[in-house]
Design a protein around this ligand. Structure first.
Ligand code: FAD
Length: 696
């Protein structure tokens, strides 16, 4: 009976940065091994599929972008299904399973997927498989892998039911007899599924069930602690289910001519990049502060780049030059660094719809590609590990890599790769017999993304200048990383501006060191609502501990200028909540007092989380504690006076704490329960009066 089953399903992906596409390709790949055929399309290719007439199951993989929007490639699709004239049974013939991708660091987690899911349900479509919501914050694979594992059985059940449905509707008599035999059918269906399951286990060509033949492959018996390179039972003694080997699809040719590299502005897909000089650099923190914060000033006067206070922008950054050299050395390509690389799709590749990654230029040197195009620090995905197995000669190393990408080794993967943010170089050091080829790196490493920063100035206050503030990200050495590292972008910027760095004068005048000739490429980050209210008389509260203060400096500069220029205007009350560890080490802008003194700021509330206090009642440590202290004022401004509430900075440790405090304040002041208070906060968010600009 199973060979009669219809085995095609429609696979749609809506991707922004390529993750949803990569996952869809993984599904497409595995489908073959399960005897199924995935008809895969980008959701934007609406001429290639038709949901209105689709009879087969549909699988949708969709990511989320911006502040909870579906990816750009899904815009047209979403517009279409949102058509309010569609009847509620429009998609009643449709069976689908949806996998949403998102990042719980952001408020509207997986909202791209949720939006499509909700609308398909409203239009009568049925789930044949539960929706999966994968979180990039903890690792997409924690949900994606089991979701894909379960998909095959769900699809086969869907095919069986579909087949029964079809035969039932083909003949009214058959329907009645089928109905009378319902218990039997149900039994037959479930035994069919069982058979398929068994058959899968035996036949599956994609999932390699490998018996551990030689127990000597595991390290010495005295070694009881697992590590990146060493496993212990049960993993070390298990038969492993490892993913199918992803087909290679890229072919690389070196041209021994030393060529011209593309212009850096060609690295961004839309918009324009501007090359601007860094004119000042100031260290805002003292040497003994836990984190080092820098303020940089860019000269944008000779460009048409424009911004509003509250905007963020992107910096195009390179990988660390030493890491690139090291990688070239390990790949045995040190001599070829300056050669032009020609990247093509491999002839006869089994990868469906294989195309050259868009972030790899047609003509660029090897060094250029490794420096500007590939995120060499990315945590290797399991498919990459699987591919690396094939380039590893040592049997023990091979086995460990297999374990790390296997189902049995899932928690080792999380513990030794995902959580410590192990990168390709760390792996190549730990597994020295692994010698991947360049094409593998191009196939598996993601695009090196530009990093976003909030503007920390006002173009009204200082035309032609742009300030931004950042912490230098530090990753200390650990068992899986022999050397300490700095963040890709912040480490590079810190090095770049070192010659002009002025030790903390901590002044808002940003009088940095000597003029510099260093230039960086920046471009605008669209879609921002984190702006001052259009009406200056509206009161506002700003919460920005640490570098979260950054956009509020821009707000305050702007307001200060407006107050000077428009003495007849009415300006609303302004509150700023700032916090840091130590008053004398990392109070980034002590001159905030100037804003207080000239009336731009009505209230400045600061707290220091690590300073000891001799006061009888300990002062509040964190901004959320201070906010609770001013509950009545928060409620007045937010609920009675139609004011705005802005939160900027660290998501994990601060923004959630602040919104919890605000929910409690609403609940207390309005005498409603927490759930009701949360709804009110959601309404304030919707009305864009509670605004967040948060990052991890
Ligand atoms: P990366 O190398 O990208 O590392 C950053 C993160 O990657 C770490 O936090 C960690 O989670 C992970 N990671 C990578 N490698 C390792 C490793 N080996 N060990 C442990 N963890 C690792 N930042 C500011 O400082 N100021 C701002 O004003 C600001 N504004 C922003 C505005 C927006 C809209 C967004 C989205 C982000 C903003 N950020 C801001 C964050 C900023 O974009 C960068 O993420 C940050 O500066 C780090 O970049 P990086 O390249 O130096 O670090």
């Amino acid at each position: 009976m199973c060979c009669d089953l219809k085995r095609r399903f429609l696979l749609l992906y809506a991707t922004q940065k390529g993750q949803a596409k990569a996952i869809a390709e993984e599904i497409w790949q595995q489908a073959g091994a399960h005897g199924l055929e995935a008809d895969m399309h980008c959701i934007s290719e609406m001429d290639k599929y038709n949901l209105e007439t689709e009879k087969d199951p549909v699988v949708i993989v969709i990511s989320t972008t911006g502040t909870g929007d579906p990816p750009d490639t899904a815009r047209k699709f979403v517009r279409k299904i949102r058509d309010t004239t569609l009847p509620p049974d429009h998609f009643s013939h449709l069976q689908y399973g949806l996998l949403g991708l998102g990042d719980s660091e952001y408020t509207f987690f997986c909202n791209g997927g949720k939006t499509v899911d909700r609308r398909l349900q409203e239009l009568g479509a049925q789930h044949f498989y539960d929706t999966g919501l994968a979180d990039d914050c903890v690792g997409l694979e924690l949900v994606v892998d089991p979701w894909i594992d379960g998909l095959w059985l769900a699809l086969k059940e869907a095919f069986l039911l579909q087949k029964e449905k079809e035969s039932m509707s083909s003949d009214v008599n058959a329907v009645s007899s089928a109905l009378s035999a319902a218990p039997h059918i149900v039994h037959e269906l479930s035994s069919e599924v069982q058979n398929l399951k068994l058959e899968d286990g035996v036949k599956s060509s994609g999932v390699l069930t490998q018996k551990l033949v030689d127990l000597n492959l595991v390290a010495s018996t005295g070694d009881t602690e697992p590590s990146l390179v060493h496993s212990v039972p049960p993993v070390s003694q298990s038969a492993l289910n490892i993913p199918a080997l992803p087909p290679e699809y890229i072919e690389v040719q070196f041209q021994d001519v030393h060529g011209e590299n593309p212009h850096l502005s060609s690295l961004i897909s839309g918009g324009t990049a501007f090359e601007v000089p860094v004119t000042k650099a100031i260290q805002l923190t003292r040497e003994d502060a836990i984190k080092t914060a820098l303020l940089l000033e860019l000269d944008i006067a000779d460009t048409v780049f424009d911004y509003q206070p509250g905007d963020a922008f992107c910096v195009i950054c390179p990988n660390n030059v030493n890491e690139v050299e090291e990688l070239l050395h390990i790949l045995g390509l040190s001599e070829k660094g300056d050669c032009l690389v020609c990247v093509k799709v491999k002839q006869g590749t089994k990868k469906k719809g294989a195309t050259c990654p868009q972030h790899i230029p047609e003509r660029g040197t090897l060094k250029f590609i490794l420096t500007w195009c590939l995120e060499i620090r990315a945590v290797p995905k399991k498919a990459f590990l699987r591919a690396l197995v094939e380039c590893t000669s040592d049997a023990r190393e091979k086995r460990r890599l297999q374990e790390l990408c296997s189902r049995q080794g899932a928690s080792d993967y999380t513990r030794f790769i995902r959580e410590p943010n192990v990168c390709l170089l760390d792996l190549l050091h730990a597994f020295p017999s692994c010698k991947p080829s360049l094409n593998l790196l191009i196939e598996h490493l993601p695009k090196l993304q530009a990093r976003s920063y909030s503007v920390s100035s006002s173009n009204l206050h200082q035309p032609g200048k742009l300030w931004f503030v950042f912490n230098i990200v530090e990753f200390p050495a650990c068992p899986t990383r022999a050397v300490s590292r700095k963040g890709v972008c912040t480490g590079w910027l810190a090095e770049l501006v070192a010659p002009l760095l002025h030790p903390s004068t901590n002044t808002l005048d940003a009088r940095g060191g000597s003029p510099s000739t260093e230039k960086i490429f920046i471009f605008a980050r669209p879609n921002n609502t984190f702006h001052l209210p259009a009406d200056p008389s509206v009161p506002l509260m700003m919460v920005g501990p640490g570098t979260g203060i950054s956009p509020f400096i821009g707000f305050l500069q702007h307001r200060q200028k407006l107050r000077k220029e428009h003495t007849d205007w009415e300006f609303g009350e302004t509150w700023l909540f700032f916090g840091c560890r130590h008053q004398d080490r990392d109070y980034l802008f002590k001159q905030l007092r100037c804003f207080l003194e000239n009336g731009t700021l009505t209230h400045l509330k600061v707290c220091f989380s690590r300073d000891s206090s001799t006061a009888e009642v300990a002062p509040p440590k964190y901004v959320q504690d201070v906010i609770r202290f001013y509950a009545k004022e928060v409620a007045r401004i937010l609920l009675k006076e139609g004011g705005y509430f802005y939160v900027c900075g660290d998501k994990k440790h601060m923004a959630d704490g602040v919104s919890d405090a605000v929910v409690d304040i609403i609940s207390m002041e309005m005498q409603v329960d927490r759930l009701e208070a949360m709804k009110i906060l959601a309404m304030l968010r919707e009305a864009k009066r509670y605004l967040q600009d948060v990052w991890s």
